[in-house]
Design a binder for this molecule. Structure first.
Ligand code: ZN
Length: 524
């Protein structure tokens, strides 16, 4: 078998590899590159292969950096099936539509900015400075309301002025169409994916639907077995089962394991304090008469936080103040979680299902729908808890909740997720944490969002136990404690130093590991 390592190679996003066996070509993941706009745009647009040559595709899980280019794959001539677990298919229905929506609004905004700049210049050329009134008129022409762009007007303006129109990477129609190519299957079932080749999905414990994908078959009379881990989750986390460690005999000898290394050289904090810490933070904020704002990714983190809150409420460990989940995507994805109890761990069955309870629904929780409802929550002054996206505070309803709550020292902003560099979430986390460590002395730090500076007076607390990726120890636990005999390991899906560091660490532990180069093909 040959494997070509196309994406998430010496970097974290854009997961994509191709397995060639006999005449079959199987794509493993087809993820979006995320990061600096220009660079990722180029990488996302240009497919390194002709999608029409592919037999089928295997998708490890729904995260956009693993699934986000599927609409483009289909648009460019893919004729096969996208094979994944059932929960992954159900999650992708919402995740891909949401991704398409983001692509469309990004393109709209860039077109708006280009045309607005052009019209400013045209007006300016009449030898007079542009007045505020003139600026306002131009803006108003291109908008439908304060926050909505007039797409038709912008597109015709771009054409009339011979400017280059920016197309979205793909549209909501493209995303919807690509979903027709998906087939969802249960875990632990052998599924044909090519001529004398099958895939079997086992729990990866990373996110709802995530799978360790075992591809087995025969080439030139010899059996082969490849394991593509996708992302590996952590042990003993809420809701999902742990990564599988015990495999049936026929899966145990692995010729090649392709594995992630997001936290290849890092170590997380212990997981068991999580509920206790959430309890402390809530009690502290509510005693002060404040509220708790939790920025959270709509897929995974939101449901985990809801789960922990539900447990705390059931135990009477915190005052039962109202809880609001304010993210339309989060609401839909919580629905998907609710529809797949077959993937929950034993603890979830014991605490909730056996008592006839849905883990994501309790008396005090409201899933906010309309913008009007969301506005009502923003203006609330009595103690409450808000879980909203986006997870890194770059867009979405969380910004409006922050706008109302950030300057009140009674409130707490609880950081439960990864905050990438250069995001508002990262600034809030770092500046707030520093201010807290200095005993909140002097002027509070300021953060800018929605075109305004806000004093960061709310308390900032961070919890690390929620991370969805295994750290070095846990990945090694999977490799050592599982009953797999692994011949060779390809380390992908990590920043270069993480991948190289993890490969070194594996070699020190007697594994035969290497880090492929982007685009490299290797024969095994
Ligand atoms: Zn993932």
């Amino acid at each position: 078998m040959k494997v070509t390592f196309y994406g998430a190679v010496r970097e974290v996003t854009g997961s994509m590899h191709m397995l060639s066996v006999n005449k079959d070509k199987i794509l493993l993941d087809c993820g979006l590159f995320q990061g600096r706009r220009k660079e990722s745009e180029e990488k996302n647009k240009n497919f390194p292969l002709d999608p029409s040559i592919l037999t089928n595709m295997v998708l490890s899980h729904g995260h956009i950096d693993h699934s986000g280019r599927i609409p483009l794959l289909v648009k460019n001539g893919f004729k096969g099936r996208v094979i994944c677990t059932r929960p992954t298919l159900d999650a992708c229905r919402f995740l891909l539509m949401d991704s398409a929506h983001i692509q469309e609004s990004d393109a709209d905004y860039l077109n708006y900015k280009a045309l607005r700049g052009h019209l400013y210049n045209l007006t300016n050329n009449k030898n007079s400075d542009l007045s505020n009134r003139e600026r306002k008129e131009i803006k108003e022409r291109l908008k439908l309301g304060r926050h909505e762009l007039n797409r038709a007007e912008i597109e015709s303006g771009i054409r009339e002025n011979n400017l280059k129109i920016i197309e979205p990477l793909y549209t909501t129609e493209d995303a919807e169409y690509s979903l027709k190519f998906f087939d969802g299957y249960p875990y632990n079932q052998e599924i044909p994916i090519g001529k004398s080749m099958t895939v079997t999905f086992f729990d990866a414990g990373h996110i709802l639907g995530s799978a360790l994908c075992f591809i087995r078959g025969i080439e030139k009379g010899r059996r082969f077995n490849l394991c593509f881990t996708g992302d590996i989750g952590r042990f003993d986390r809420p809701i999902l089962r742990n990564p599988t460690l015990m495999f049936p005999e026929e899966y145990r000898d692995v010729d090649l394991l392709i594995t992630e290394s997001t936290y290849g050289t890092r170590h997380h904090g212990p997981i068991e304090n999580l509920k206790e810490r959430v309890k402390e933070e809530i009690n502290r904020a509510i005693e002060r008469g404040g509220s708790v704002i939790i920025p959270a990714f709509a897929f995974g983190r939101t449901q985990e936080v809801v789960y922990v809150l539900h447990e705390l409420y059931d135990e009477g460990a915190v005052p039962k103040v109202p809880v609001f989940v304010d993210s339309p995507l989060g609401k839909n994805l919580t629905g998907v979680f609710g529809e797949h109890p077959e993937v929950y761990d034993k603890a979830t069955h014991k605490s909730f299902l056996q008592k006839g309870k849905n883990p994501f629904s309790f008396k005090e929780i409201t899933y906010v729908g309309s913008v009007e409802e969301s506005m009502e929550v923003m203006k609330m002054t009595t103690p409450h808890i808000i879980i909203a996206s986006s997870g890194m505070c770059e867009a979405g309803r969380i910004l409006h909740h922050l706008r109302y709550k950030i300057h009140n020292p009674r409130n707490t902003i609880l950081i439960v997720g990864y905050m990438a560099e250069h995001t508002l979430g990262r600034r809030i986390r770092d500046l707030g944490w520093e201010y807290e460590q200095n005993g909140r002395k002097g002027k509070p730090p300021e953060v800018k969002f929605l075109n305004k500076l806000y004093p960061l007076q709310a308390r900032v607390s961070k919890l690390s136990g929620f991370s969805a990726h295994a750290d070095q120890e846990e990945m090694t636990r999977f490799l050592k404690e599982s009953n797999l005999n692994i011949k060779k390991i390809a380390v992908v899906h990590g920043e270069e130093e993480q991948s190289l560091g993890f490969a070194e660490y594996l070699k020190d532990n007697n594994f035969n590991a290497f880090v492929p180069k982007p685009g490299e093909t290797k024969e095994f």
